[in-house]
Write a protein that binds this ligand. Structure first.
Ligand code: COA
Length: 150
């Protein structure tokens, strides 16, 4: 597993990953249409103040991991394509990424039902610090995971 800078050719792969219904259900996310997705990535995700890396395994692009500032927190997020789940890739990617990004605390908001993602973060040293109940019927409960300096 390696993390490398994102190149334009990665974006259609990430686009397909974020259209997967099972991944969307886990992440409690709404997929973007192609143009909106490309614009979001080129103008927001890939801003220089963020840190975003492509996750590569055996030469294959399997997903991404990113961090950005939001509401006074440095948040991380990631997505691994479904065909690559259950092989420890997210755990290795998050472990490597938190070495790369020295900011502490680091946070991640995760849907409470996303047990796989919560497990990944726990294995990388994050702990649950807050649960937020949904405000609207189309929202889900979320947990704030935190990585503090040791
Ligand atoms: C969540 C996600 C990143 C996990 O990626 P992955 O590469 O399969 O994760 P790993 O293999 O490193 O680890 C998954 C862990 O969760 C566990 N797990 C998986 N499904 C589980 C379930 N239904 N219940 C309990 N644990 C589960 C695995 O057993 C493993 O833990 P273990 O090593 O202790 O056995 C991936 O499914 C994904 O990208 N999903 C869609 C997007 C998303 O949810 N992103 C995160 C938003 S916060």
């Amino acid at each position: 597993m390696t993390l490398r800078d994102v190149v334009d050719e990665d974006l259609p792969i990430f686009f397909e990953h974020q259209r997967d219904p099972e991944g969307l259900r886990m992440a409690a996310f709404r997929s973007r249409e192609r143009d909106a997705f490309m614009t979001h990535w080129r103008t927001k995700v890939l801003r220089p103040e963020n840190v975003t890396r492509t996750v590569v395994v055996d030469g294959v692009v399997v997903g991404y991991i990113s961090c950005w500032d939001q509401e006074s927190k440095r948040l991380i997020g990631y997505w691994i394509g479904r065909e690559h789940w259950g092989k420890g890739i997210a755990t290795r990617a998050v472990s490597a990424f938190v070495e790369l990004v020295p900011t502490r605390p680091l946070h991640a908001w995760v849907a409470l039902h996303n047990v796989a993602s919560i497990r990944v973060l726990e294995k990388c040293g994050f702990r649950a610090v807050l649960t937020q109940e949904p405000h609207h019927p189309d929202e889900v409960a979320e947990v704030l995971m935190e990585l503090r300096s040791t």
